[in-house]
Design a binder for this molecule. Structure first.
Ligand code: GLU
Length: 324
């Protein structure tokens, strides 16, 4: 019975497709690179895919999401055509397009900005029994700066360089995936970890809710770093979102930036237009798909875009009167 139905469905679809130009257009598959599964990028990518996939009939676009090492990985994969879209920190977008930091001398000229997402904060979680209350207390400890493909590793390296602390010499630097870090911290295999992400999120909840008591450590005294790197700003983490943390009553000062959606200059204009339009026109529904997306506005979505805006996104911004 089932076998018989398939050819019928195929024939019927083909006949129908032949009769309407919209359906005759071929299906476009796009992949969005995100981050670790316990971060905010992964569900955010899922939210973008959901919004566009719900309009299958209109656009014939099927988006899927890939869990990756994070911003750096996503940008490099877009550069070689392995990913169509990726979520990347605004600082990494800037560094990659301008050939700075990890992209020194190798600018990713094909990188294009689509829109900004939610704010992120450099989040340094440390075990209370390791006595880490400031950055300087990492000496002699084991700290996970994160996946080599992550944006948080770039941020942590910047911060320690500025603070005159040498990873690998002053403390043991681990490169484990963010999804594994909370358990490793609870098991006593690391003393702390860095993760740059939006709040609230499951990763920091998991890390702070275990038996080993943890705090989120402030990143302070970075004024000069901020002055030299305009893509960073000061921010605070509202710790009431993590009631089991030792410092749950504080607002922790740290460095932040926006998360952004990026793509390649090679991505077709109609695909970028469709995604931009659908996310922007369904913003209220989109924001409800993860609590860390709550603060996004149409205006904030146009901040932090340092690579050229993709023409497909630009078309929508002009149409909507958001940009000239
Ligand atoms: N900002 C992190 C990175 O670029 C990822 C954060 C997340 O997955 O939510 O590596």
């Amino acid at each position: 019975m089932f076998k018989k139905l398939i050819p019928f469905a195929v024939v019927a679809t083909m006949a129908f497709a032949g009769s309407t130009s919209a359906l005759a257009a071929k299906q476009t598959f796009v992949t969005i690179g995100t981050g670790g599964i316990t971060g905010v990028y992964y569900p955010t990518g899922g939210a973008i895919a959901k919004v566009i996939n719900e309009q299958q009939k209109t656009y014939r676009i099927k988006a899927s999401v890939e869990s990756t090492g994070g911003s750096k990985f996503n940008i490099n994969a877009i550069a070689v055509g392995d990913l169509d879209f990726g979520i990347a920190q605004a600082d990494t977008q800037y560094l990659a397009f301008n050939g700075k930091g990890p992209w020194e001398g190798k600018p990713v000229k094909k990188l294009r900005a689509v829109f900004a997402l939610a704010p992120e904060a450099v989040t340094f979680v440390a075990a209370e029994d390791a006595n880490i209350k400031t950055l300087a207390d990492v000496k002699g400890k084991i700290i996970n700066l994160g996946d080599p493909g992550s944006g948080n590793r770039i941020n942590a390296l910047d911060i320690f360089k500025f603070a005159g602390i040498v990873p690998g010499k002053d403390f043991r630097d681990e490169k484990i995936k963010p999804a594994d870090a909370p358990r490793m911290l609870q098991d006593g295999r690391i003393d702390g970890f860095f993760y740059t992400l939006g709040h609230p999120n499951g990763n920091i909840k998991e890390a702070t809710a275990g038996r080993r008591k943890c705090r989120v450590v402030a990143i302070e005294g970075m004024d000069k770093l901020l002055a030299d790197a305009p893509y960073y700003s000061m921010t605070t983490i509202d710790m009431s979102q993590y009631p089991d943390a030792v410092n749950a009553k504080e607002n922790v000062k740290t460095i932040g930036m926006l998360a952004t959606l990026v793509t390649s200059a090679d991505t077709p204009e109609d695909v970028v237009y469709a995604i931009t339009k659908e996310v922007m026109t369904n913003l209220d529904t989109f924001k409800k798909l993860h609590p860390a997306l709550a603060s996004i506005t149409k205006e904030s979505m146009l901040e932090g875009l340092t690579a050229p805006i993709h023409p497909g996104a630009m078309k929508y911004y002009r149409e909507a009167g958001l940009l000239k």
